[in-house]
Each structure stands twice: as C-alpha cells, then as structure tokens.
Design a protein around this ligand. Structure first.
Ligand code: IZC
Ligand code: ZN
Length: 391
C-alpha cells in the first residue's frame, strides 16, 4: 500500500469510456485523435476516481437534534436504545416516497461527485420492512441509471430490529432471509449487517451472511464499531468482501483479517463525529491487512461525504501515508465493493474514471487540509469541471 506508481509527464487516453492507454506523453500511440476531447493537465496530478465504499446515502429526514445531544454528552447507542438513531431515520424513510428519497439522494451524489467520487456503495437498511427496503434499492437503481456516479447497491435489512420485531431478533433475521433477501436479489449486489452488541450477534450475523452468500450476494459486515464482538474474525471466516469500522478490533481480529482476503474498511469521519478514538490503521497495514477508507455518509454517526476530511484524519491521526490513503480510497475501496477489476486504478481496460487535482501531486490531498482540490472529474471519459475556484 505504500507504493504508488507515479508517471511523470503522463498521458491517459480514454476511448468509449475505457482506458486505452496510460503511460508517458512522449510514448502516446499515434492513433487518430479526431473526435477526442483533450484536457491539458500540465502541472496537475491525475489520479483514479475515488471510490466511497461505505455509505448509507438513501434516507429520509435528518438527525440534527441528536447531533446536538451527542455534543452535550449523550451517546450514539443510548439515543438508539431510546427509539432514536436508526429508528428515527427508519420512521422518516418509511414515510418518504420514492421521488422524495431519490431527490435527496441525487443531491448527495452531486456533492460526492464534485469531491472526485466516481463510484459509491450505498446501503438500504432504513426500511426494515419489505417495501421500504426495496424502495431504497430501487432509488439506487434509478440513480445509477441517470447519474454519472456508479452505485454499488447493498441490501442491509439487518441494520436494527424495528419495534414490531423487538425481542424477536432471531425471528426478524429469519423473516429477512425468507421474505426480503430473495426480493432484493437483482436489485443489490451485496448484503450487509450491523453486527454489534445490542444490535445483532455473531451467530445472527453468520446465519444472515451465509444465507446471503447462498443467494449469490457478496457480503460485508459492520464489525467491532462500539464493542469488540469478534466481527473481524467472523468476516475473515466467511470471506466477506469487507469488514467495516473495526474501531475496537483486537490484535487477534487484525491477524485474522490480515490472513484473509477481506478488506479492512476504516471510517475515520464516524470516529471523529462520535468523538471515538480512531481505528488502528497503521497497525492493520503493518500486519498485512488491505485497508480501505470510506466516509460512512449517513444521517446519524457521520453526516458527511467529505473525502478531504477522511484523508486528513487518516494521515494526521491514523498514521497512514499519503500513498496509503490514496490506495485506500481507490484500488482497495474498489476491492471492498467488488469492483477492483473495473475501477480503482488507471490501467488499460479499466473504466475511464479519473480526477485531476489543482496541484502537481497527490501529496497535496492531506497537506491542503480539508480542502477540495479536485479540479476536474472524468467519468467514463466524460469530463466534468469544478468551475467556481480558479487561479
Ligand atoms: O443511521 O446511525 N452505525 N449504522 C451503524 C449507522 C451507524 C447509521 C445510522
Ligand atoms: Zn455504515
């Protein structure tokens, strides 16, 4: 992860949305470039488009009151136990129409796109009933078709237990597996669960994720965010695409992830917003884990899609190098959502998804703290310019 290949005086050719050449400008193939748009990126770094591999971007309402309570000392879990938190957003999402959810999520997609995100993973999980779960997934399918940013959809019915199932968590998991998961097939590529003390146990998570894998879903898991319940080891055991959060993961859990093909996805903006300590990114990388970074955009624990803040925290507080942060937000993030063969690096045959920075090196990403230095986003070969800031 510490090795980032840099091509000085480089050039990229994108043909029909696919990278046809990457290398030195002087070695540019003598093809017929009529009909191509040429972008002069002199003095600017060109990177793969960012992949935000963990978001909850489709939701109704907001939780700004809860944020104020938390700043005064309330905890995320105690608010949830009182019927707020995920339940609050569930109620607002159930009430919201398809169009309302879509309009709100579209606005969020544009903000991400301006920050250089060209692929985003998005989860359901604010319905926890059949209709609303499917509505969230249908919103993502519609937006994936109409918006340049690619959306990888994840079914996350097991996000919390809704009031009507309270005390019958096993029954709720059984019902999700029998009634909702099959209907989510075709709408979602991945399945995810909130494996956490007071939410879903290791046994429930294993059952749900094994059922999902049996139906052809790729799997992901919210693991060891608030309490170490052994979620990382379960992820390694099941071979999930990713294990996400990992704030409390033990040394044993880190070793299990390192020995597995599971990506360790760290969400620094969540720890920042919840005033928790950060995940042990440095130790995970040193132990041999493939680490990805993501924003965790959601209305509760991390209401931000800020790639700049994610990079700043990763480098300043999690001891990751700028090279590691870039890999974590591109190639490893692509792997975390099952797209490493298509996006995440500038390679011939991959999608023409690029960002052009205002500065000559990726090293400006953490250094220009918290700033959006993305000048142009190229999605499948089409350029979109951020127009308000100019020299
Ligand atoms: O809405 O609070 N952690 N799920 C698990 C979340 C945070 C999202 C939320
Ligand atoms: Zn999440």
């Amino acid at each position: 992860m510490s090795e980032l290949e840099v091509i000085e005086n480089g050039a990229v050719v994108v043909t029909d949305g696919v990278i046809a050449y990457v290398g030195r400008t002087e070695d540019l193939p003598a093809w017929d470039y009529s009909g191509y748009e040429t972008i002069d990126a002199s003095g600017r770094a060109v990177l793969p488009g960012f992949v935000d591999s963990h978001t909850h971007l489709v939701f109704g309402g907001f939780r700004e009151e809860e944020f104020s309570w938390r700043m005064r000392g309330d905890s995320y879990m105690s608010i949830m136990e009182r019927g707020g938190g995920i339940h609050n957003t569930m109620n607002a999402t159930r009430r919201a129409s398809f169009e309302e959810l879509k309009t709100a999520a579209r606005a969020r997609l544009y903000r991400m796109f301006a920050l250089g995100v060209t692929t985003v993973e998005g989860k359901s999980g604010y319905g926890m009933d059949r209709d609303t779960e499917l509505r969230q997934l249908e919103v993502m399918r519609a937006l994936n078709e109409e918006h340049p940013v690619d959306i990888v959809s994840t079914f996350m019915g097991a996000h919390a237990t809704p009031a009507e199932w309270k005390g019958r968590e096993d029954g709720f998991i059984d019902w999700l597996i029998a009634e909702v998961m099959p209907a989510a097939r075709g709408l979602a590529e991945c399945c995810d669960i909130f494996c956490e003390k007071g939410v879903f146990t290791i046994e429930q998570s294993r059952r749900y994720l094994q059922a999902a894998a049996g139906m052809g879903f790729r799997t992901k898991i919210h693991a060891d965010e608030i309490v170490d319940t052994g979620g990382a080891a379960l992820a390694a055991e099941l071979g999930t695409l990713s294990a996400d959060h990992l704030l409390m993961t033990s040394d044993e859990g880190i070793r299990a992830l390192a020995a597995s093909g599971t990506v360790a996805t760290l969400l620094p903006c969540t720890a920042f917003s919840l005033k928790e300590h950060y995940a042990r990114g440095r130790e995970m990388i040193d132990a041999g884990c493939a680490v990805a970074l993501a924003t965790d955009l959601n209305p509760g624990s991390s209401f931000t899609s800020s790639i700049p803040l994610t990079i700043a925290i990763a480098c300043i507080y999690m001891k990751m190098s700028p090279e590691e942060a870039v890999i974590a937000l591109t190639l490893n993030a692509a792997a975390a959502c099952g797209r490493a063969d298509m996006v995440g690096s500038i390679e011939e045959g991959k999608q023409g998804d690029l960002v052009i920075l205002d500065f000559p090196s990726y090293k400006f990403l953490p250094y220009h703290v918290g700033m959006n230095i993305v000048r142009t986003v190229v999605k499948r070969g089409v350029a979109y310019h951020n127009t308000l800031v100019r020299e």
